[in-house]
Write a protein that binds this ligand. Structure first.
Ligand SMILES: Cc1ncc(COP(=O)(O)O)c(C=O)c1O
Length: 364
């Protein structure tokens, strides 16, 4: 069966070699005589998978020995409250409000302490992220700064890591992790739901500095304590074995492509090609400020909901799937995660030109 071009925002496409390896492992995991879905998470073979995943992530994210890698449950949304539960409790933290996911994180954090929001782009439809340092000094006593590295819904992204003094740096990197070269050792806590650039839904990656494990609140349900998950090497309860296996294979695939730097070059090329096509089109227009454009989620519109819907319907017929914008913002969105081939972007660019030629009424 032929597979279509899949532009969905997550769960998103996975490279073919990784899918093929997972298919084989479902039947038998690495000479164990048991399938991946049937083998104990405490078996030597599966612990080796977890060790390899940690080793690869340490290399790819350039982590330092004082950071722990955890494989947790509950998606990125669980981190919205697990972070402040462990690390805020009554103190204050700074959050940047750059989209629905940031707003969700702010809402949860506000249950556990004082939340300062010195930057919000809500009034302009979340069309940009702040420039580094534009928020000024963080209030005295701030425990951490939290930001959303890539805003999946609106299509904005930070092209830098915010500079912080005297506070922990925490990021939700769910939709751009491993898509650009990043000095992961700068982060005191970094989290990402896997289902975009890391693999399938079901596992959440958390990278946490060991000093934060010591500083975290201990009066919490055990499943919500980072220090317990770290001490048990993410085997405190049954982890998402299938998802972790695929994360390990995804990391191997990234390394086989030349590592994050090579992937980043490709991502820069793909998104530049699509943005240029949108900017030059007589019909389509981008939805966010050019200085904040995401390489992962390219948002655009024809200018009317009716024509956007027609575009999505015709794209589907032509084997270009997942191009409908998020329901909260409408419009169109093409997600160009690591596994998206350049060929898919070329086909999409061709389709944009063809659609514009048939439907153009001139840009607003
Ligand atoms: C940036 C970001 N944060 C958080 C979430 C929520 O993730 P989950 O569904 O894993 O809880 C998403 C989902 O798309 C996201 O894109």
């Amino acid at each position: 069966m032929a597979r279509a071009f899949n532009f969905s925002a997550g769960p998103a496409l996975i490279p073919e070699p990784v899918i093929r390896e997972a298919q084989d492992a479902l039947w038998e995991l690495e000479g164990t005589g048991m399938g991946l879905l049937e083998i104990s998470h405490r078996s030597k073979a599966f612990e080796a998978v977890m060790d390899r995943a940690r080793d690869r992530l340490t290399r790819l994210l350039r982590l330092s020995p004082d950071q722990e890698i955890l494989f947790l449950h509950g998606g990125a949304r669980t981190q919205f409250f697990q972070v402040p539960m462990n690390l805020l409790r009554g103190a204050r933290a700074t959050y940047f409000d750059t989209g629905v996911w940031s707003a969700g994180a702010i809402e949860e954090a506000a249950r556990f302490g004082t939340v300062d929001v010195p930057f919000s782009s809500k009034s302009t439809g979340y069309d940009h992220v702040p420039r580094d340092g534009s928020w000024g000094e963080l209030p005295a006593g701030t425990r951490y700064l939290h930001y959303t590295a890539n805003n999946t819904v609106v299509g904005t992204e930070y092209d830098y890591v915010p500079t912080v003094k005297d506070a922990w740096l925490i990021a939700d990197a769910s939709s751009n992790i491993l898509s650009r070269d990043l000095d992961g050792s700068k982060f005191d806590l970094l989290y990402a739901g896997a289902q975009k650039n890391l693999g399938p839904a079901g596992v959440t990656l958390v990278v946490i500095r060991k000093t934060l494990l010591d500083a975290a609140d201990r009066d919490l349900p055990s499943m919500l304590r980072y220090d317990i998950h770290a001490a048990k090497k993410s085997l405190y309860n049954t982890p998402a074995t299938f998802a972790i296996y695929v994360v390990e294979r995804m990391c191997a695939w990234i390394e086989s492509q030349g590592g994050v730097a090579a992937i980043e070059d490709r991502n820069a090329r793909k998104s530049a090609r699509l943005y240029a096509a949108i900017d030059q089109s007589p019909l389509f227009q981008g939805k966010v400020r050019p200085d904040s454009r995401s390489r992962m989620n390219v948002t655009f519109t024809t200018g009317t909901p009716e024509l956007d819907a027609k575009f999505v319907a015709e794209a589907n017929i032509n084997g270009l799937l997942g191009l409908k914008g998020h329901s909260s913002v409408g419009g169109l969105r093409a997600s160009l995660y690591n596994a998206q081939p350049e060929e898919a972007v070329e086909v999409l660019v061709g389709f944009l030109a063809d659609f514009a030629a048939r439907n153009s009424v001139g840009k607003a």
